[in-house]
Ligand binder design. Structure first.
Ligand code: SAH
Length: 201
């Protein structure tokens, strides 16, 4: 599958045109190993080293759509990996803070973002399950590694009122996307479609 074919296919399945425009604006080949550049626009996860994978474009698009981002939003990206998902998010909001457990991946993501000319994303190395309390609250939080049973409470607490969070959650051997909205009176949680991600460690 080539780039144009991927974008055409996304437009039939993703209702929010801004999200597909954001995917179109980010060169995915900058975020994969040079050996995989030819496969950069296949709608599949790709290896990024350290046993981790860059998420499938359809899944990245779907998660961005669920976050209903606006241009002034501040976003936290947990499990930044290659930095690709953070790059797509950055086209839809004001600023992205990324956090990645593997310091080598975090350093490489920062380089890839610089090469792609993206300057509103900062990636740091650390445990994303704790979030970045010093930078909270966030208008949106994207989690790209699977939490066990529930969304980490520390992350929910770092949402602004009106904020949205999307995360894969495993429960009873099944894994689904969970969408959390923080309203004035508490959290609303919705169980959505099945997905597969690497575990949140
Ligand atoms: N969003 C990434 C792919 C995510 S793969 C991209 O676009 O490339 C999931 C990532 O989560 C992996 O890189 C893994 O190292 C990271 N991860 C797992 N547990 C984590 C934790 N507790 N804190 C931060 N990152 C974590």
């Amino acid at each position: 599958m080539g780039r144009d074919e991927l974008l055409r296919s996304l437009r039939t399945r993703i209702a929010d045109d801004r999200v597909v425009d954001a995917i179109a604006a980010v060169p995915r080949e900058h975020f994969v190993a040079p050996a995989l550049a030819a496969a950069a626009y296949v709608d599949a996860p790709l290896r990024i080293g350290g046993g981790q994978t860059i998420s499938q474009p359809t899944v990245v698009a779907r998660m961005c759509e669920l976050l209903e981002l606006s241009p002034t939003d501040r976003v936290l990206d947990v499990g930044s990996g290659s930095g690709y998902h953070a790059a797509v998010l950055s086209r839809l909001c004001a600023r992205v803070r990324g956090i990645e457990l593997d310091p080598r991946l975090a350093a490489r993501a920062a380089r890839s973002l610089a090469v792609a000319g993206i300057d509103n994303v900062t990636i740091c190395a650390g445990d994303g399950a704790l979030g970045l309390p010093g930078e909270a609250p966030f208008d949106a939080i994207n989690v790209a590694a699977t939490a066990r049973d529930v969304v980490p409470a520390a992350l929910e607490r770092q949402l602004a009122v009106g904020g949205r969070l999307v995360a894969p959650v495993a429960h009873d051997g099944r894994e689904h996307l969970v969408l959390v909205r923080r309203g004035p009176n508490g959290f609303e949680r919705h169980l959505l479609e099945p997905v597969r991600f690497v575990p949140l460690r």
